[in-house]
Design a protein around this ligand. Sequence first.
Ligand SMILES: CC(C)(COP(=O)(O)OP(=O)(O)OC[C@H]1O[C@@H](n2cnc3c(N)ncnc32)[C@H](O)[C@@H]1OP(=O)(O)O)[C@@H](O)C(=O)NCCC(=O)NCCS
Length: 161
Amino acid sequence: MTIRKLEPTDDREAFFSGSEELDEFLKTRALAHQRSGSSVTYIVAEGTQILGYATISTTTLSRDLLARREQRNRPADVPALLLGRLASSMSHQGIGVASRLLRFAMELTLDQEDRVGCVGLVVDAKDDVTDFYKKFGFTPFPTGTLNQKMLLPCSTIRSAL
Ligand SMILES: CC(C)(COP(=O)(O)OP(=O)(O)OC[C@H]1O[C@@H](n2cnc3c(N)ncnc32)[C@H](O)[C@@H]1OP(=O)(O)O)[C@@H](O)C(=O)NCCC(=O)NCCS
């Protein structure tokens, strides 16, 4: 499965994941956000057919949200990558599309750490998919801080890849 950046000629209209919000984002906002430098959307594609997508941007976290052992030698605000959206096409779910995109995001996170500094990968996880992210080692932030957000620290990514 190859991954590349979303292009204007890709068939966004045909994408159906089962989540109206995620389908709508791909159809109406993903390219505009990419053009404005707000995020980049990566897709698993077969020709112009989109099998899945992941939208990635940079973000900042308060050091206090990290596990104690991760707080040492870090400033008050630390950089991270944000996996803002992840979805696979209903007709291609269960064959590893999202896992492939997630692995790509994990590799990008380590690359970012090496080049400009990054503490890990943050996701905005909807309730029914937190178990999906837990499988990869993501852990929730302390209750009441960043609702629904979960973090995969670079140290965990390094052991997983
Ligand atoms: C959740 C979603 C991204 C998973 O995509 P996918 O391409 O089917 O995932 P994969 O085929 O890579 O599955 C990887 C593993 O996660 C498991 N999994 C898939 N969906 C899961 C869920 N909702 N909860 C727990 N585990 C899940 C799979 O069973 C598989 O397990 P295995 O490796 O033991 O066989 C996809 O179902 C989807 O797009 N759903 C609608 C949109 C959505 O909810 N996106 C998440 C927004 S935060």
